[in-house]
Write a protein that binds this ligand. Structure first.
Ligand code: SF4
Ligand code: FES
Length: 252
């Protein structure tokens, strides 16, 4: 009776053509996604890799679904080489079908970590840097969660300026405005939520109170401005152009 050795166990292979069939018949699990017992194997998904021991310390990683059984062959379904091949195969599949849950579920079953679900963030840290370097608030930071880095808010610091949302190249940080409230979000985490103030001139909702206070505290007052007004950028420019124009009119 022809036999093969799998992970140190000797198994009969009578009537089986491919190694994967022997593994399945004996309850030995290897991941597969392109295999179907009613169809000829295609070797497409590359998940079913096993290590074939060739002797004198040599081995080769081959696909068990298309690997023909040979009497006396020795197979390993675990170990570094197999894990490397599986991991590579899972990652390739994930690139083609990032939203297919089966790939992550199967990888987890075999102890392969495929990293966090894509959240649209490329970890460029522009949002963190602009908030610290230009806005001067530092309401965002990079934090490790289960060994992976994520942009996260520092509670209570956001002033709702929206600079992070404007600078984010991928749209991972979002700004939503509804019923006079501005919300800044990353993934489904709220970075800040603020009531918007109206422009004193045109009445348009344009900035958050915290942002306006922050600007007032940080900027030296304009020498020509006697009192503070809440003007949106459009009205502020209009007034400033008018002031400039009137200062240019010289008496005859
Ligand atoms: S959220 Fe946007 S700006 Fe911030 S690190 Fe991610 S991609 Fe870059
Ligand atoms: S089961 Fe997909 S390559 Fe073998």
């Amino acid at each position: 009776m022809p036999t093969i050795t799998v992970d140190g166990r000797e198994l009969e292979v009578q009537g089986k053509t491919f190694v994967l069939e022997v593994l399945r018949a004996n309850g030995i699990k290897v991941p597969t996604l392109c295999y179907h017992p009613a169809l000829k194997p295609s070797g497409s998904c590359k998940l079913c890799a096993v290590e074939v021991v060739l002797g004198s310390g040599r081995s080769a990683t081959l696909l068990s679904c298309v690997l023909k059984v040979k009497d006396g062959m020795s197979i390993r379904t675990q170990g570094e080489a197999v894990e490397r091949a599986r991991s590579r195969a899972f990652r390739n599949l994930l690139q083609m079908a990032p939203l297919a849950p089966v790939i992550r579920e199967l990888a987890a079953e075999y102890g392969i970590d495929l990293g966090p679900l894509p959240d649209g963030c490329i970890r460029c840290s522009l949002c963190i840097r602009v908030c610290g370097e230009i806005v001067g608030v530092g309401a965002l930071k990079m934090e490790k969660r289960e060994e992976k880095s994520f942009v996260v808010p520092i509670a209570g610091l956001c002033i709702g300026c929206g600079t992070c949302a404007n600078i984010c190249p991928t749209g991972a940080v979002r700004q939503e405005e509804k019923d006079g409230v501005r919300t800044i979000l990353i993934r489904n985490e709220i970075i800040g939520r603020h009531i918007l103030e109206k422009c004193e001139a045109c009445g348009k909702l344009f900035a958050t109170r915290k942002f306006l206070l922050h600007v007032r505290e940080r900027m030296a007052p304009h020498p020509d401005v006697k009192e503070h007004h809440l003007y949106c950028p459009t009205c502020a420019k209009l007034f400033s152009d008018r002031v400039k124009a009137s200062s240019k009119v010289r008496p005859l």
